[in-house]
Design a protein around this ligand. Structure first.
Ligand SMILES: Cc1cc2nc3c(=O)[nH]c(=O)nc-3n(C[C@H](O)[C@H](O)[C@H](O)COP(=O)(O)OP(=O)(O)OC[C@H]3O[C@@H](n4cnc5c(N)ncnc54)[C@H](O)[C@@H]3O)c2cc1C
Length: 234
């Protein structure tokens, strides 16, 4: 795959230190499907980031969360702090994406920055007038990490979207759902096999969720995640 050079058109800090990098696609560059990711070149090393917007021919939005005590993450931060005017990417990647509208309701489950992939899918489904209900679950450690809260609440108020943020740490000022996001999904939805399920997060989170669902009668082929391709279990 040929690297693609993109102009940087935005480099912002969002809530909780999340970085937003906005790239302009050159005319004639390929588009992508909702849910795909790219490899961002940072000084000769390439790092995967999901594309956080719905497909279009013009822009790619990345939301990048700093990882404490990670030299890779420090390197990415230094790159962003250097205010680059362009960035080299390999793109589009990943087969956990929406190439056409599913014929049944959807459950999108994100852990932390996994929300980027789910946001791309959600925005595209809404744009396309998806006729079935969409359930979006977002698991985070603390409420402060819900950096897309208002945007997702607005989507839920205006469309057929049920948005459920889930906080896993014991927090006094949080009145919403608590615990592990997969357990909350199971508590809410008894007929999981009636849905197409997409999950984004670390391999441990995705496989933990899958196993828990399967123990409760879920057919594993109904779950889709990039993790199954880049971190296969066997
Ligand atoms: C396919 C894919 C997409 C990714 N998309 C993003 C993104 O949109 N934003 C972002 O900040 N990081 C994303 N990551 C993680 C990111 O690539 C790393 O954080 C970065 O390379 C720094 O490396 P690290 O060794 O410090 O972190 P790692 O130890 O590799 O990961 C650290 C953090 O990234 C999270 N992470 C791991 N896999 C994914 C995933 N599939 N999607 C989202 N988060 C994940 C982990 O839960 C953890 O919080 C993605 C990783 C993969 C494999």
């Amino acid at each position: 795959m040929q690297p693609l050079n993109c102009r940087v058109i935005g480099n912002n800090v969002l809530q909780s230190g999340i970085r937003e990098l906005l790239l302009a696609l050159a005319p004639g560059a390929p588009s992508f499907s909702a849910g795909q990711y790219l490899m961002l070149d940072v000084g000769g090393a390439a790092f995967p980031f999901s594309i956080a917007n719905a497909p279009n021919q013009k822009t790619l939005a990345l939301h990048i969360k700093p990882t404490p005590d990670s030299s890779d993450s420090d390197r990415i931060e230094r790159f962003l702090d250097s205010k680059p005017v362009s960035a080299s990417i390999q793109y589009p990647l990943g087969d956990c994406c929406l190439k056409r509208l599913p014929d049944r309701p959807i459950i999108l489950i994100a852990a932390a920055t996994g929300i980027t992939q789910m946001k791309s899918m959600l925005d595209w489904l809404i744009e396309q007038g998806f006729a079935h209900p969409i359930h979006l679950y977002w698991g985070v450690l603390t409420p402060e990490e819900l950096y897309l809260k208002e945007e997702l609440e607005t989507a839920a108020a205006q469309h057929q979207v049920v948005y459920t943020p889930v906080v896993s740490q014991d927090i006094d000022h949080w009145e919403g759902r608590t615990g592990l996001v997969g357990e909350v999904v199971l508590a809410d939805i008894s007929n999981l096999n009636a849905f197409q399920v997409y999950v984004s997060g670390s391999p441990a989170m995705v496989y933990g969720t899958l196993d828990h669902f399967v123990e409760n009668g879920f057919q594993p082929e109904n779950m889709h995640s990039d993790v199954f391709s880049y971190a296969p279990r066997s």
